[in-house]
Design a protein around this ligand. Structure first.
Ligand SMILES: Cc1cc2nc3c(=O)[nH]c(=O)nc-3n(C[C@H](O)[C@H](O)[C@H](O)COP(=O)(O)OP(=O)(O)OC[C@H]3O[C@@H](n4cnc5c(N)ncnc54)[C@H](O)[C@@H]3O)c2cc1C
Length: 391
C-alpha cells in the first residue's frame, strides 16, 4: 500500500476545501461548542444536497456518483473547522448494518432516506447498568398484536435530540441466556412515550438519557430476527469501532504545533522549536498521525471491499483514541500556562481549541468500546491468547 497522497487525492483535498469555504458557515462551530450538540442540521442538508452523504453507496439504495475520496476529504475539512458530525457517524454505522442484515424492504426504505439526509439515527445500546457489558441490556420489548411495546431506559443516547430514530437494543426474551433473547428496533424519536433528557459532559458534549414508556413500534421496525439481536450487534459494533473512531483534530495537530513553535518566542530570545524536548514531542505526534492514517486507510479499504473490519477496527479505535489523549496532554505541556486558556479567553492559542480538545479526548477511550475491552478482543481473537475472565 502506498501511503503518500496521490495527485488525485490532493485534487480532492483542494475541491473539498473549496466546498467547505462555500458551504460551511463560520458560526456553526461556535454553535456546536455552546449547545454541546455535535451535529449541525443545516450542514447535513448541504452534504446530502451535493451527494456527499451518498458517496460510495449502491445507486439502487440512493448512492451518488460522488467520489468517496472527495467525500472523506469534505468531512476532514469540516473537522478541521471544528465541526463534529456525530449524528452522521452513527447513522452510517446503522445504515451499514442494515445493508448487511436488513430486509430488502428495510434497505429500500431507510438507506435512501439516510442518504437524502432525512433519516438520522442515534445509538440506544447503553443503559444505566450496562455499558461495556452491553448484552446485559434490560430494556424490554414485548409483542402486542402486530406491533411491539418497548419499556426501559437508555443512557448516553448521543445526538438523539436531532435524530429521527434511535437504534434500540432491547430484551425480547428474559428466560434465554444473556446473548440470546435480544432484538434491535428502529424507533422514531417522535414516538409517543419516548422522552429525551440532556446529560452535560466534561468534554462539552451534551448527550442524552432516553426513556421508553409503552413506546409502540410496528413489526417492520425490528432489525434482524427476534431474539437474535446479538448477531446484529456484532455487525453494528464492527462498524462503530471501524468507521466511527475519533481521528479528526489529530490529523493536523503536529503541523499546527510546529507552526506555533517556529514563531513562539522564549525569554532567552530563542523560539519554542529550539527546545529539543518540544521538537521531539511534536515529532512523536506526527508519527502517531501517520499510524492513525494507515489504520484508517486499511479500515476504509476493507469496508470498500465489502469486508467487516473487525480486528482492524478495534486496533484503529484503540490506537487513535489513546494517541488522541496523549497528544492533547503533550500539547498542554508544550504550550505551558497558555494551553489551558479556554475558547473565548483573550489570547487563547488557536482560539482555545487545545483546552477544549484535551477535555473532549477523555471520553474517546470509553465510548464505542473501552480500551480495556478492545485489548481483550485483540488479545483473544488476533493473538489467540487465553481468555482472562470466566465465560
Ligand atoms: C459522552 C458519551 C457518549 C456516549 N454515547 C453513546 C451512544 O451514543 N450510545 C450508546 O449506546 N452509548 C454511548 N455511550 C456509552 C459508552 O459506550 C459506555 O460509557 C461505554 O461502553 C462504557 O460503559 P460504562 O460507562 O457502563 O462503563 P463500564 O462498562 O462500567 O466500565 C468501567 C470501566 O471498567 C472497565 N471494564 C468493564 N468491563 C471490563 C472487562 N470485561 N475487562 C476489563 N475492563 C473492563 C472499562 O474498560 C472501564 O474502564 C457514551 C458514553 C459517553 C461518556
Amino acid at each position: 500500500m502506498d501511503f503518500w497522497e496521490s495527485d488525485e487525492l490532493a485534487a480532492h483535498r483542494d475541491a473539498a476545501r473549496a466546498w467547505a469555504e462555500a458551504n460551511v458557515e463560520p458560526e456553526w462551530a461556535e454553535q456546536q461548542h455552546t449547545t454541546g450538540c455535535h451535529q449541525t442540521v443545516e450542514m447535513h442538508v448541504r452534504l446530502a444536497r451535493d451527494g456527499i452523504l451518498g458517496a460510495g453507496w449502491p445507486a439502487e439504495y440512493g448512492g451518488s456518483d460522488v467520489d468517496p475520496d472527495f467525500a472523506r476529504a469534505v468531512f476532514d475539512e469540516c473537522a478541521l473547522r471544528g465541526l463534529h458530525t456525530d449524528g452522521w457517524s452513527t447513522t452510517v454505522m446503522v445504515a451499514r448494518t442494515l445493508e448487511q442484515v436488513g430486509t430488502e424492504a428495510q434497505k429500500r426504505r431507510y438507506l435512501p432516506a439516510a442518504l437524502r439526509g432525512e433519516l438520522m439515527v442515534a445509538l440506544g445500546y447503553s443503559e444505566p447498568d450496562t455499558g461495556s457489558d452491553v448484552a446485559a441490556a434490560k430494556t424490554a420489548a414485548f409483542r402486542d398484536g402486530d406491533s411491539w411495546l418497548i419499556n426501559g431506559q437508555k443512557m448516553f443516547t448521543s445526538t438523539a435530540q436531532v435524530c429521527s430514530h434511535v437504534f434500540v437494543l432491547a430484551r425480547t426474551n428474559f428466560n434465554a441466556p444473556k446473548h440470546k433473547g435480544l432484538s434491535l428496533f428502529l424507533v422514531p424519536t417522535d414516538s409517543t412515550g419516548l422522552a429525551i433528557q440532556p446529560i452535560h459532559t466534561l468534554g462539552g458534549q451534551v448527550t442524552n438519557a432516553t426513556f421508553y414508556t409503552d413506546v409502540r413500534v410496528p413489526d417492520t421496525a425490528l432489525v434482524g430476527a427476534v431474539d437474535e439481536g446479538w448477531d446484529v450487534m456484532k455487525v453494528a459494533l464492527v462498524y462503530e469501532r471501524g468507521v466511527g473512531a475519533p481521528a479528526s483534530l489529530t490529523q493536523t495537530l503536529s503541523r499546527d504545533l510546529a507552526a506555533w513553535a517556529r514563531q513562539a518566542g522564549r525569554p532567552d530570545g530563542m523560539v519554542a522549536f529550539d527546545d529539543p524536548l518540544t521538537a521531539e514531542r511534536i515529532g512523536r505526534i506526527a508519527v502517531d498521525e501517520l499510524v492513525t492514517r494507515a489504520f484508517t486507510k486499511k479500515v476504509n479499504w476493507l469496508v470498500h471491499k465489502g469486508d467487516l473490519p473487525g480486528i482492524e477496527g478495534n486496533m484503529r479505535k484503540l490506537f487513535s483514541s489513546e494517541a488522541t489523549q496523549r497528544h492533547y496532554s503533550e500539547t498542554l505541556d508544550i504550550l505551558g500556562a497558555d494551553g489551558i486558556l479556554a475558547p473565548g479567553a483573550a489570547n487563547a492559542p488557536a482560539g482555545g481549541i487545545f483546552e477544549h480538545a484535551f477535555r473532549a479526548a477523555v471520553v474517546t477511550t470509553i465510548y464505542g468500546g473501552a480500551s480495556e475491552i478492545l485489548r481483550e478482543i485483540i488479545a483473544e481473537r488476533h493473538l489467540i491468547l487465553p481468555r482472562n475472565r470466566p465465560h
